[in-house]
Design a protein around this ligand. Sequence first.
Ligand SMILES: *[C@@H]1O[C@H](CO)[C@@H](O)[C@H](O)[C@H]1NC(C)=O
Ligand SMILES: *[C@@H]1O[C@H](CO)[C@@H](O)[C@H](O)[C@H]1NC(C)=O
Ligand SMILES: *[C@@H]1O[C@H](CO)[C@@H](O)[C@H](O)[C@H]1NC(C)=O
Length: 437
Amino acid sequence: MSRLISLRFKKIHLVLLFGCVFLVWNFITFYTLSSKPRPMNTDKEIQLVNQLQALEKAMSKQAEDNRKILSGLQHLKDTNSTNSNMNLTNSNKEGVLPILMIACDRTSVSRALDKLLEYRPSASKFPIIVSQDCGHAETAEVIHKYVVSHNITHLKQPDLSNINLAWPQKKFVGYYKISRHYKWALDQIFVTMKYMAAIIVEDDLDVSPDFFEYFSATYPILQSDPNLWCVSAWNDNGKEGMVSDEAELLYRTDFFPGLGWMIERKLWLELRNTWPEAFWDDWMRHPAQRKGRECIRPEICRTSTFGRKGVSKGLYFDKHLKYIKLNTVFVPFTKIDLSYLEKNKYDATFTKMVYSAPLLSPEEVRNGAQPTSSVVRVEYTTKDSFKRIAALLGIMDDFKAGVPRAAYRGVVSFMFRGRRVFLTPPSSWSGYDTSWT
Ligand SMILES: *[C@@H]1O[C@H](CO)[C@@H](O)[C@H](O)[C@H]1NC(C)=O
Ligand SMILES: *[C@@H]1O[C@H](CO)[C@@H](O)[C@H](O)[C@H]1NC(C)=O
Ligand SMILES: *[C@@H]1O[C@H](CO)[C@@H](O)[C@H](O)[C@H]1NC(C)=O
């Protein structure tokens, strides 16, 4: 009974609603037709036009935002399904360390390949895979010659589409393309080919005679130490005269150096989910990605760059990169005891060695005070004092996410006029300040 009544009420409700709408519509039509167009006062007109334009802008922004959200969701779905399809059991590629070379439009890729092939001890242990972006035919031809003569693999990044960026970002389009290429290429190596680790180089790097030996020997350390996430061939302060001749000397560093670096598959599966659209190297250096993890780096670089042409290089090449010393002697790393790099041993020994060195001012170091001390320490307490001392003694003065280049626990180690200098924070140091940029 009560249901019937309520149904009836609903019907009446609906009829009333339609009636109202009809009346209002009639009223509006009548009003519109009967009212003569009145000359509008120009201020109001301008105001109206402005409002319309603002509305149009807001609507197109909304449409753009929706498109972004949609593509973000699509991306999430794609990575999600890749992740769930991924077979995380070890492949039969254990012990193989492919070299992934990132290439684009430089035919000088042949120089980089020649050096790798010259020093490569085994083709099966170190397969070379060149991933080429940019679709540059001449470079593709050069790479193809190596496919024929040396059985290297030539991958071509399929997405050569433009990346549309609004004005302030537009000039960075090269960095967006690089990031897109790295993502694709690393997916080929780790997701499609399922390699367990890889060494990543670029098409403008020369390598040292012990490049392969270095990565072979450090690979087991990378695998077993959860505090390590990379091994790099690069020392950011590795200029001629700023490194010792201890070619076998290796370090731990909190700074991700890049420029010839090895990572494991498991790290890529972690990073790929949030891989950035641009500036991937600085993104990796951010605490959200680094998570306190460290890299191994050498005293003397195992790569050096010969490329002046590139997205970022130019000035940076002339100022720094061309002075980098490339190691020339073969160090038999696989036959050397590298257990000093293990975190427990390393941290204790390193801290003791650094903080027991006599403390000098940077001016005293410059003037050669205390000539009998072969190891000295200089202290910085603020960002500005670091930068001042770095300029005085000639090391890199920049920070990424608060970490000075090549630093470990805030300490930068380098040679100055033949002696070891540790530029250090006070021994009470408790962590990096990410506001130092
Ligand atoms: C991702 O996968 C999980 C299960 O594997 C599922 O619950 C979730 O809805 C997926 N997310 C998206 C965005 O597809
Ligand atoms: C995963 O890969 C391993 C070796 O590559 C294979 O033996 C295994 O059957 C695969 N598992 C699944 C669920 O595909
Ligand atoms: C060529 O390289 C591929 C993979 O890198 C390898 O599987 C194959 O055996 C190589 N072929 C020869 C003839 O060496």
